[in-house]
Design a protein around this ligand. Structure first.
Ligand code: FAD
Ligand code: NAD
Length: 550
């Protein structure tokens, strides 16, 4: 049998080489059928259909081939461009016409600041970026990292790379802004590296504050000491280590030991999207991976989500919220709604639920109850007490100008508070893009002002330049936020989407929405390298399981 099969196989392979003209004959079948008379009438439509199908097949195949080649070419070119930036124009004090080149200092390397940097014309300003975090972090996929569905390195992009890809030179200080003086237009920065500590005073013409926010604890005692936040890479690493340690420690105890039960109780406080997505990822890890390697222990793991309000995910449509809550109950995530945490000890949280007070023991506690302003912003607000009187963030106007320092300070993203704008990546990203356009217009205004200030101008010229300046200033429109919708992963390969396309609203939930979620986040990744790494991580986790080595 084996010999036979290999003979046939061998002949098939040899044929096209030796008898190529005969092999082509079937393609001409319709022509031959005309020549054979009566049969032709019966066979022509079938043959014609076949030939049409074959042509369609051929073109589809070609289209797929060319599409793949084009796609591969585009990806290769993009990767090449990303990793081989072209030469940058150096910074300078003045332009060729003698006018001063202004300095923009951008604080932060998050969604708002990096979106501005990517879109800013760095040939017309001296741009300085100051951020203690030397990379951009793609936060939407951060909840997938503690349990190893996505690797941390796949969702970051170094600031130096982003800065190097702009057309004009950009300076970067890996440092924290500690104080902003709106009168002298100075920022005090302090490096946070242990070896090369330095402090500097940097002068700016324009300052963009994009320092984000810090996790809020609402002053609840014990939160800082005992829980982990989920905002930075270091938080994700800390959570992973705590989970893995607890699992190993619990494995060394007898099955009915109370301590084992506590160690395997994972509690998430805050039913916003951060808490929900993390609880969902954790449940997936336990059900899809851990149960293969530690089947008995995995059954003992308890995941609890504590939320003060009657529902989780309050920014989503009610139907989607119910869908998510039902799935959580099915997946055995213990939902504690209307339960407000009041105190955190090293082994338990104390919460108020309606009229009663309860104690919930935990082994790992993740705290995700939203944002609070950073110290540098509080310091800035204190310097402008008449205009900055909100506890929620820097107050800005509709042009992103800081109230009280409109001529020189702008603020974007989570560090700001403006009614109707939520602290999301989507908002911060659009604000960054908007500011880049504003700075382009401000540069033109500066140029006309410089011309008008020259001694050799006639009155007519000055009035013409003044008109131009006023027109340009009037052209700086208010920021218009374009809400595309909200997405959240809810576990078991399901997601919810509250989408807005123009005036229309679409609400989706389920496995197909999860594919859309994946597609949307891949498209949003900052670089092609990130896209490829994230796609590879998902594939790896699907086929080989999550890598949770701590
Ligand atoms: P950030 O992105 O937080 O960046 C702040 C930057 O400022 C950082 O680089 C920081 O190091 C730097 N910085 C801090 N202090 C200083 C200082 N003193 N001086 C200089 N620099 C400083 N939003 C969505 O729209 N969709 C999502 O799916 C989504 N998922 C999220 C998941 C998680 C886990 C989290 C935590 C948030 C998520 N968000 C999401 C919200 C989104 O990440 C934020 O709204 C967004 O990051 C805000 O951007 P930002 O630029 O204001 O601040
Ligand atoms: P959040 O502010 O959206 O939610 C925090 C939740 O914690 C609230 O529901 C609040 O009621 C609850 N809470 C507060 N104090 C509590 C207490 N003592 N006990 C129990 N519950 C308490 O916070 P977040 O999830 O960290 O999100 C922060 C921002 O980032 C939001 O604007 C959010 O939209 C955005 N984000 C978006 C996504 C997404 O679009 N997929 C994902 C993550 C974060």
């Amino acid at each position: 049998m084996i010999a036979n099969r290999s003979r046939v196989f061998g002949r098939t392979l040899a044929m096209p080489l030796k008898r190529a003209p005969i092999m082509r004959a079937p393609i001409r079948a319709p022509v031959r059928s005309y020549a054979t008379g009566p049969v032709a009438g019966a066979e022509t439509p079938v043959a014609g259909k076949k030939s049409a199908l074959r042509t369609l097949g051929k073109w589809t195949w070609r289209a797929a081939l060319y599409g793949t080649l084009l796609g591969a070419g585009y990806i290769s070119y993009s990767l090449y461009r990303e990793s081989n930036p072209s030469k940058q124009k150096p910074q300078s004090d003045h332009f060729a016409n003698g006018s001063k080149r202004k300095t923009i200092i951008i604080l932060g390397s998050g969604w708002g600041s990096i979106s501005l940097l990517k879109n800013l014309d760095t040939n017309i300003y001296n741009v300085i970026v100051v951020s203690p975090r030397n990379y951009f972090l793609f936060t939407p996929l951060l909840p997938s990292t503690p349990v190893g569905r996505v690797e941390l390195k796949s969702i970051i992009e170094p600031v130096r790379y982003i800065a190097r890809r702009t057309t004009g030179e950009v300076l970067y200080y890996e440092a924290e802004a500690t104080d902003i003086d709106p009168v002298t237009k100075t920022v005090k920065v302090k490096s946070n590296s242990q070896k090369n500590d330095y402090e500097l005073d940097l002068n700016y013409d324009y300052l963009v504050v994009g320092v984000g926010a810090q996790p809020t604890t609402f002053g609840i005692p014990g939160v800082y000491e005992n829980s982990s936040f989920l905002k930075e890479i270091s938080d994700a690493q800390e959570i992973r280590i705590k989970i893995m340690r607890n699992i190993e420690k619990a494995a060394s105890l007898a099955p009915n030991d109370e301590e084992r039960k506590r160690l395997l109780s994972f509690v998430v406080v805050g039913g916003g999207p951060t808490g929900v997505e993390f609880a969902a990822e954790l449940r997936d890890y336990v059900d899809q991976d851990l149960q293969k390697w530690m089947p008995e222990l995995s059954k003992e793991i308890k995941i609890t989500l504590v939320e003060a309000l009657p529902n989780i995910l309050n920014m989503f449509d009610k139907k989607l919220v119910n869908y998510a809550q039902d799935l959580f109950r099915q997946e055995k995530i213990d939902l504690r709604l209307k339960t407000m945490v009041k105190k955190v000890d090293s082994t338990k949280i104390t919460a108020k639920c309606e009229e009663s007070t309860e104690s919930i023991p935990y082994g790992v506690l993740v705290w995700a109850t939203g944002n609070a302003p950073r110290d540098v912003c509080k310091g800035l607000m204190d310097k402008l007490p008449e205009k900055q009187n909100s506890k929620r963030g820097l107050l800005i106007n509709s042009k992103m100008q800081l109230l009280g320092a409109e001529d020189s300070i702008f603020a974007v993203g989570d560090c700001t508070f403006y009614p109707g704008l939520f602290p999301t990546a989507q908002v911060a990203h659009q604000e960054g893009e908007y500011l880049a356009k504003v700075f382009k217009k401000l540069h033109k205004v500066d140029q006309f002002e410089y011309m008008a200030s020259k001694n050799n101008q006639t009155n007519e010229n000055i009035s013409d330049l003044t008109n131009k300046i006023n027109n340009l200033k009037a052209q700086i429109e208010d920021f218009q936020y374009n809400h595309h919708g909200a997405l959240a992963y809810i576990g078991s390969e399901q997601a919810i989407a509250d989408l807005a396309v123009g005036e229309a609203k679409y609400r989706l939930a389920g496995s197909f929405t999860f594919l859309f979620w994946k597609y949307a986040y891949l498209a949003m990744c900052l670089s092609f390298k990130n896209r490829i790494l994230v796609a590879m991580d998902w594939t790896k986790a699907y086929f080989l399981g999550r890598d949770t080595s701590a």
